[in-house]
Design a protein around this ligand. Structure first.
Ligand code: ATP
Length: 372
């Protein structure tokens, strides 16, 4: 299985190409349920062959956005077009879209083959065409040997692949996946993420996935939309979302982060615990801002580093050993900062222990200064 996704192909970035036409155009869409605004005047362009992730906490509106794309809900305001066609009033079965539900919704009395063929039969395709398409799908998800089994004779991961094959059989332009790996355990989930990426690339179908699992979104997606209370807080490639979040909300939602509150002071963030030179956005002196530092960007040492531009002294409060990494919780003034160290060797680390005085240091470019 190839482990490469479009994101790894430096040429795949249609969102940066002003001449590229989006497959999906969401324009000024609002969805209200009575008094609840589930989607609040949002616009987004999604391109052909993208693996687009809608990510956010429970209730942020990601399922609603997906249901609007699929035509399972009506839009209150705004418009959605797919492949140049306005979707207003177009029912789900008339859209070039298919949806894979979290429960997979496989027919228990039908074999794998029959499950995959179901939608094709309903479309009225000829027998030969159906047979060819089903075997192509079985090959795609590597279930040729399981064609005549019933869903209850399959593992969770295999069932997931049947559902995927069934959803892709009609060759939709867009496949919507609602927490597609939610029913799998962590290890299988990670393996299946790569399979999903591989299948997405092979078929060239545009995937929009809903997930609340940030690791999953970061692994599979070409771009991630981080949602917050009915709005998209940021849309960007996973590396940009992680390294250049546009707000405290996004920085905090994705991965672990130290948020050091302060104010702009020339080329630095002036905080209670120190003045930290950083690459500053354009802002007035004295305006509030926050230095966001990922724990793995901090170095921890027993003695003061001689070269580092930013170094502060603290005391180790807690040590979380996770095998591959260790996270040190260090109190500095009335703040607690976290520094993460990769355990590259099996030997115990340089003996940093609880209650010990340590130095945390980082470079001027390690953090990002946030104003929102
Ligand atoms: P989860 O991860 O929990 O599924 P979500 O991000 O998918 O959450 P949505 O299901 O899109 O969130 O819901 C967004 C908001 O709209 C929530 O406040 C929810 O309570 C509300 N909502 C969703 N469906 C309905 C409905 N049919 N009637 C009323 N309110 C609804």
């Amino acid at each position: 299985m190839g482990l490469f996704k479009p994101m790894n192909d430096p040429d795949f970035a249609p969102w940066n190409d002003p001449s590229a036409t989006p497959l999906i155009k969401v324009e000024g869409v609002t969805k209200r349920y009575g008094g609840v605004v589930a989607i609040d005047n949002q616009s987004v362009d999604i391109y052909e062959r993208e693996f687009f992730a809608l990510l956010g906490p429970s209730g942020c509106g990601k399922t609603t956005m997906m249901r609007l794309l699929g035509g399972f809900e009506d839009i209150s305001e705004g418009s959605i077009s797919i492949a140049g066609q306005d979707m207003a009033g177009v029912p789900p079965n008339k859209r070039p879209v298919n949806m894979m539900f979290q429960s997979y919704a496989l027919f228990p009395h039908m074999s794998v083959e029959q499950n995959i063929a179901f939608g094709l039969k309903r479309e009225g395709l000829g027998q030969v065409e159906i047979r060819d398409r089903v075997s192509e799908m079985l090959r795609l998800v590597q279930l040729q040997k399981f064609a005549s089994r019933k869903p209850d004779q399959l593992s969770g991961g295999q069932r997931q692949r049947v559902a995927l094959a069934r959803a892709l059989a009609k060759a939709p332009k867009l496949l919507l996946l609602d927490e597609p790996l939610g029913a799998l355990d962590k290890k299988l989930r990670q393996e299946t993420q790569f399979e999903l990426m591989d299948i997405q690339e092979k078929t060239g179908t545009t995937f929009v996935i809903v997930t609340h699992d940030q690791e999953e979104a970061m692994t599979v997606a070409s771009r991630v939309a981080v949602m917050d209370e009915g709005r998209i807080a940021q849309i960007a490639t996973p590396d940009v979302i992680y390294e250049a979040p546009n707000s405290r909300y996004v920085a905090d939602f994705i991965g672990d982060v130290n948020l050091i509150e302060g104010h702009a002071d020339g080329d630095a963030v002036a905080a209670k615990i120190g003045r930290f030179p950083s690459s500053m956005p354009k802002m007035k002196k004295g305006s509030e801002c926050c230095l966001a530092l990922r724990p793995e960007k901090l170095s921890i040492a027993k003695s003061k580093p001689t070269k580092a531009t930013n170094a502060i002294k603290g005391k180790v409060l807690d040590i979380a050993y996770l095998g591959n990494i260790t996270t040190y919780h260090v109190s500095v003034g009335d703040s607690i900062l976290r520094a993460q160290v990769t355990n590259a060797s099996r030997k115990a680390r340089a003996g940093i222990t609880w209650d010990e005085d340590v130095w945390l240091s980082w470079t001027n470019t390690a953090g990002v200064v946030l104003t929102a």
